[in-house]
Design a protein around this ligand. Structure first.
Ligand SMILES: [Zn+2]
Length: 187
């Protein structure tokens, strides 16, 4: 009996550490709290891959970053805090002393404001670790109004925060209660 119990616990632990944590899907909201897209995070051997689709952006180049807190309170999204920086580096993919783990290459919205891109976050993981996007309660992904210049402190001079999505295991549960959430939004 005892060995059977250990076996079941072991299976449970293996499940938590890998499959259950990838992929993680995140809904993106604009400053008006309308859902404008989705980000899907997938664990890879060399980091975390993220597929971002969004509409309604200003055509042109935008910064996109992982931020340190899983809180998207509009319209300024300051609740998400600074760029995710577990390694205590400076900002910028072009900075010798950089970059933040949460710094990503700029994305470009087409003439109709649509974007569909695949990005890599090389230093990150979804597993239980210091650089985990799911560390503590999680993190957030934000799109900014301007391009990130890859150098300026603390955030690449990339303007306002125009879209936000919470990266957390809790997000999956919220998805299930979508109808109730939609009703709240109408009020
Ligand atoms: Zn940064």
């Amino acid at each position: 009996m005892k060995s059977m119990f250990v076996f079941v616990v072991l299976i449970f632990l293996i499940g938590c550490n890998s499959d259950a944590r990838s992929p993680v899907e995140t809904a993106l909201y604009n400053q008006g709290n309308d859902r404008i897209g989705t980000a899907v995070f997938i664990e890879q051997p060399d980091g975390v891959k993220v597929n971002v689709t969004a509409e309604g952006l200003t055509p042109g180049i935008h910064g996109i970053h992982i931020h340190e807190r899983p809180e998207c309170e509009g319209p300024d999204f300051k609740s998400a805090g600074n760029h995710f920086n577990p390694k205590n580096m400076e900002h910028g993919l072009m900075n010798e002393k950089g970059a933040h783990t949460g710094d990503l290459p700029n994305i470009e919205a087409d003439g109709s404001g649509y974007v569909d891109v695949e990005l890599m976050i090389p230093d990150a993981t979804l597993k239980d670790a210091q650089t985990s996007l799911l560390r503590d309660e999680g993190t957030a992904i934000l799109i900014s109004s301007q391009a990130d210049d890859g150098m300026s402190q603390p955030a690449g001079d990339s303007g306002e925060r125009v879209a936000c999505g919470v990266i957390t295991l809790e997000a999956d549960k919220d998805e299930a209660s979508d109808p109730a959430e939609a009703d709240q939004n109408k009020e």
